[in-house]
Design a protein around this ligand. Structure first.
Ligand code: NAD
Length: 502
């Protein structure tokens, strides 16, 4: 019944996309893509959702010009007024949370169970950074013997935001909210596979009073619109979320214009379970952190490192629970896993089922697709694996967990760190000194002990090694979107060395 209700509501919400498609939004105007259109399909049944503007370099140029023209007025608007607009955007998101959630599910295949909260988290991002607006420009005074030195921060200028297709609404707000709070203007290039909710966001923002041109949305593909955004001389920085190899391209493409880049990239994150842990809670967290959000989650714990003393018992319970996970229509509120985003991604994820067998691992659960109407796969568990196997080294980015046994703490640490990535780590132990020792040596930007990933906006979010450069959250976001400025005021007649004055 709930499913039918949701399907009916969705058809109302996507009617407008069906009739007019998703256009680019530049300087407050709907603009066709210079390259024509491309189509977005639903991963649920491969049906056409709508046409989308195919943006290219000339659209990016128009959007960068709009962001440049609107920059000074937005930067100089009193902070209290900018704060009000950001709060109004949060309220607009909350008012349209259901529409955002349903469109996101249909566009990406994510389950309603999780996406119904994603819109609210998007609103929280705006509220949190709205509250930081007033002090964002504050600095320090650093007195020296002859000078009063002060620092202040100013917004860096128009910035580009390039986002991926996994939880695209939440991730876009996470980047765009601090950029606007800092006083920057934005050109947003959403992922080609998930354009719907980026359109809703710019609509909501303008309705909330954001001046035209402060947020511009250009749809299209990475190697065209995305590249042009990185290369554009008027764009001062790129905030990017996506794959590690795309992160390298972002840096190369921005080199000629000396772009500042913030990169949030991939992961192959370990969850380490020691035999002294609360194993029931560890089991819940292990399952949640790889099978929620379809496993299409940068922070997912895709490598389980399990102590050999508890391995058989833990894996047996894991298999039972994984086989029970409900895969189904993403709009059914009971569904825990929906379809993967696209044919290309489905082919990638399912290819690892063969890879696992070739590598000599065991497929202990799942390991197959479901039907061929949409991009559905069974939640999958590989056991009898080691850290040399491709299933332990490569980011699969689906509901696929690789279980690797270890015997000692040193083994666990060596395996955990033997990866090119370093985004998150999860440690389960009731031994406090071990937890301190282990987390001190674990190579990851974010670590949780006896917990799943719980995001707290004032804390730093980001990765080390191939998982990224830079941090989001709290003041770290402003460090990226703003420039530090130093001004020294002489306090007297200090000696100035005279040249050419004999
Ligand atoms: P992707 O790198 O393929 O694409 C991300 C975005 O970059 C898209 O908008 C795409 O069009 C654009 N792009 C592609 N090539 C480009 C180029 N040459 N220049 C400019 N833009 C370009 O990533 P994806 O497949 O959409 O997303 C999944 C990846 O994102 C995974 O690796 C995941 O781990 C990562 N991710 C990381 C975080 C994090 O915070 N660390 C969060 C979510 C997702």
């Amino acid at each position: 019944m709930m499913l039918e209700n949701n399907i009916q509501k969705l058809s109302g919400y996507i009617q407008k996309f069906r009739s007019s498609g998703v256009q680019n939004r530049i300087a407050g105007q709907d603009i066709d893509g210079a390259g024509g259109t491309f189509q977005t399909i639903s991963p649920v049944d491969k049906s056409l959702i709508c046409d989308v503007a195919l943006g290219s370099a000339s659209d990016i140029d128009a959007a960068a010009n709009a962001a440049t023209q609107s920059f000074a007025a937005w930067r100089d608007m009193p902070a209290s007024q900018r704060r009000k607009i950001l709060i109004a955007i949060a309220q607009g998101i909350e008012a349209r949370a259901e529409e955002i959630a349903l469109c996101e599910c249909w566009d990406t295949g994510q389950a309603f169970k999780f996406m119904s909260k994603a819109a609210i988290r998007g609103a929280e991002n705006f509220r949190y950074f709205a509250d930081q607006v007033i002090q964002a420009r504050d600095g320090q005074h650093l007195k020296s013997p002859t000078l009063m030195n002060i620092t202040s921060r100013v917004p860096i200028g128009p910035v580009g935001v390039i986002t991926p297709w996994n939880t695209p609404f939440m991730l876009s707000t996470w980047k765009i909210a601090p950029a606007l709070a800092a006083g920057c203007t934005v050109v947003h290039k959403p992922a080609e596979a998930s354009p719907l909710t980026a359109r809703l966001l710019v609509e909501i923002a303008e309705e909330a009073g954001l001046p035209p041109g402060v947020l511009n949305t250009v749809n299209g593909f990475g190697d065209d619109a995305g590249r042009a955004l990185c290369e554009h001389p008027k764009i001062k920085a790129i905030a990017f979320v996506g794959e590690s190899r795309t992160g390298s391209l972002i840096m190369k493409q921005g080199a000629d214009t000396l772009k500042r880049n913030h990169l949030e990239l991939g992961g192959k994150n370990p969850v380490i379970v020691f035999d002294d842990a609360d194993l029931d809670r560890a089991l819940d967290a292990v399952i949640f952190m790889i099978y929620s959000i379809n496993g299409e989650r940068c922070t997912s714990s895709s490598r389980l490192l399990i102590q050999d003393t508890i391995r058989d018992e833990f894996e047996a319970k894991l298999i039972e629970r994984v086989n029970n996970i409900k895969v189904g229509h993403p709009l059914d509120p009971q569904t825990e896993i929906g379809p993967l985003i696209s044919q290309e991604h489905f082919d990638k994820v399912t290819s690892y089922f063969e890879t696992a067998k070739t590598d000599g691992a065991t497929i202990a659960a799942g390991g197959e697709a479901i039907g061929n109407e949409g991009f559905f796969v069974k939640p999958t568990l590989f056991t009898d694996a080691n850290n040399e196997m491709r299933i332990a080294r490569e980011e699969i980015f689906g509901p696929v967990l690789t279980s690797i046994p270890f015997s000692t703490e040193d083994d666990a640490l060596a395996i955990a760190n033997d990866t090119p990535y370093g985004l998150t780590g999860y440690v389960w132990t009731n031994d406090l000194t071990r937890a301190l020792r282990f987390t001190d040596k674990l190579e990851a930007g974010m670590i949780w002990v006896n917990s799943e990933n719980v995001r707290h906006l004032p804390t730093p979010f980001g990765g080390v090694k191939s998982s990224g450069i830079g941090r989001d959250g709290g003041d770290w976001s402003f460090e990226f979107y703003m420039e530090q400025k130093h001004i020294g005021f002489a306090m007297g007649q200090h000696k100035i060395t005279k040249l050419g004055a004999l």
